[in-house]
Design a protein around this ligand. Structure first.
Ligand SMILES: CC(=O)SCCNC(=O)CCNC(=O)[C@H](O)C(C)(C)COP(=O)(O)OP(=O)(O)OC[C@H]1O[C@@H](n2cnc3c(N)ncnc32)[C@H](O)[C@@H]1OP(=O)(O)O
Length: 205
């Protein structure tokens, strides 16, 4: 089997988890691009984000911040994007996964789910049947999306949140850690609690 090489864009905490995930799936992480040139599991820093424009090795934008990940994907880096999928992930053969997405340790994706581009399905998150997840979304650790949930572009579903079946969550929404989402959520709302209520709204992009 051919050994795949990948380069990460980003060198923070999320990149650390993604690098570990990639190595666990047998992929060689050649290094990372990061303006801060931090220490990432002993990997080689290859320069800042601009340097990433010049690589032809497949890339993953391993940055947890949805807006930054989107900005880099849209404007700065034009690449072949790789999908990270830890060996512990359970992903239905009837699900589709967009380029650049990261399915981290223990995530579960069920039949009929459609996952967009550059999405993070973080540790132990669950995306059940027929969910539709927009580009640049982050489903945080242990969050649970019941069947048929729709999540708009760039939303963050916080750690351990639960979303009831067939709920529609707008773009740019932030659902707080532990939120229990029982009704549809408008674009850019920040919600929290059980049942989740709107705290305020983010500025639309
Ligand atoms: C690997 C990883 O680390 S992935 C990381 C994933 N990230 C997360 O899960 C974090 C998600 N973010 C949150 O939960 C945040 O607390 C947010 C977005 C809900 C709110 O953040 P902020 O806008 O900064 O609000 P702030 O902290 O000022 O709190 C505002 C009020 O909401 C309450 N509140 C904040 N978060 C929550 C929450 N998760 N559940 C219930 N209430 C909350 C606060 O107690 C406060 O109440 P008060 O006004 O009565 O004092």
């Amino acid at each position: 089997m051919a050994i795949t090489e990948v380069i990460l864009v980003g060198g923070g905490g999320h990149a650390k988890v993604v690098a570990d995930c990639l190595q666990s799936q047998g992929t060689i992480v050649k290094g990372f691009f990061d303006p801060h040139q931090g220490n990432l599991l002993g990997l080689t820093c290859l320069g800042n984000y601009q340097s990433a424009l010049h690589t032809d090795v497949p890339v993953i934008i391993a940055i947890g911040d949805n807006a930054v990940r989107e900005r880099i994907a849209r404007h700065e880096v034009k690449h072949r994007y790789f999908i990270a999928q830890h060996p512990s992930v359970i992903c239905s053969q009837y699900a589709t996964i967009g380029e650049g997405s990261m399915l981290l340790h223990g995530a579960i994706v069920q039949a009929g789910a459609v996952i967009g581009k550059h999405v993070i399905l973080n540790t132990g998150s669950q995306v059940d049947h027929d969910c539709v997840i927009g580009d640049y979304v982050h489903i945080a650790p242990s969050a649970v999306l019941c069947g048929g949930v729709e999540i708009g572009e760039g939303a963050l579903i916080g750690a351990n949140a639960v979303v009831r079946p067939k709920i529609k969550i707008g773009k740019g929404v932030v659902a707080g850690a532990g939120a229990v989402v029982v009704r549809d959520v408008p674009d850019y709302a920040i919600i929290a609690g059980n049942p989740a209520r709107v705290l305020k709204f983010n500025e639309p992009k």
